[in-house]
Design a protein around this ligand. Structure first.
Ligand code: SAM
Length: 247
């Protein structure tokens, strides 16, 4: 019985693909790719020529049975997406769930993921964060989602496209005011940039320099400060501890 390898691919810099990932792509019988034309470029860069088939949001449910049959026949299959880690705002969930539920081996081959790279270099707390993927495209939906997150104390992490980055920043300014925002743009690519400030100041930067609104974005918003009750509880605990230590 074959295995499904869920292989992370680069998010810009093609050298970020690991030797292990390359080996898996070289060895499998077939590569299921979100966009086969896009992935053909990666395979060419790796000097590989492998059979591919498309697996995207419009055909995933149909592909599941087909790929299951190939695994049952003993073939290994790799799943890749256009960039980064499959299933992270990318197709593959239906396939992985079905294979796991049917007892097949599903093996992650880790590598690039845009929000992990962004968090690792943003300088915002990473002990707890809330990854929210893409915000709703419509203004009202987006504002509703943001409003529901204002009290969260974890660092908030979103994906955003260049078409909506200004609208999203304007809505973040509306809900979060002067809260610190870090924008990670074009990670691992030539124009990789980190911008830091409140949402209104980041918008002003984009007005000054429209290039700052181009490319791919991870938007990170500092979590809410812990509530006053928590502070009081902390002070009480400290007082008690001091008293106990004095004894
Ligand atoms: N599977 C991918 C991952 O592991 O990060 C995410 C795919 S999702 C369809 C694409 C979004 O990821 C982009 O709109 C952007 O928000 C983010 N993204 C992908 N590559 C990026 C990069 N190089 N720099 C910043 N953000 C990136």
């Amino acid at each position: 019985i074959g295995a499904l390898y869920v292989v992370a691919t680069p998010i810009g810099n093609l050298d970020d693909l690991s030797p292990r990932a390359r080996q898996v792509l070289a060895d499998v019988a077939v590569i299921a790719a979100e966009d086969t034309r896009h992935s053909a470029r990666l395979l060419r860069h790796l000097g590989l020529e492998r059979p591919m088939l498309s697996l995207h949001e419009h055909n995933e449910s149909g592909r599941v049975a087909q790929l299951k049959a190939r695994l049952a026949a003993g073939e290994d299959v790799a799943l890749i997406s256009d960039a980064g880690t499959p299933l992270i705002c990318d197709p593959g969930f239906l396939l992985v769930r079905e294979l796991r539920e049917s007892g097949y081996r599903v093996v992650p081959i880790p590598g690039a993921c845009a929000f992990v790279a962004a968090l690792s270099a943003a300088g915002l707390p990473t002990d707890r964060f809330l990854f929210q993927g893409f915000l709703p495209a419509k203004g009202s939906g987006r504002r509703g989602r943001l409003a529901a997150l204002v009290e969260r104390e974890e660092t908030l992490v979103f994906y955003e496209s260049p078409h909506r980055i200004r609208d999203t920043l304007a809505d973040i300014a509306g809900s979060f005011g002067a809260r610190r925002v870090v924008l990670a743009r074009e990670l691992t690519k030539t124009f990789e940039t980190f911008l830091d400030g409140d949402a209104a100041s980041l918008l002003a930067r984009m007005e000054e320099d429209p290039d700052q609104a181009r490319g791919e974005f991870v938007v990170m918003v500092a979590g809410a400060s812990p509530k006053a009750e928590d502070d009081e509880a902390l002070v009480e605990a400290e007082t008690l501890l001091k008293a106990l230590l004095a004894e």
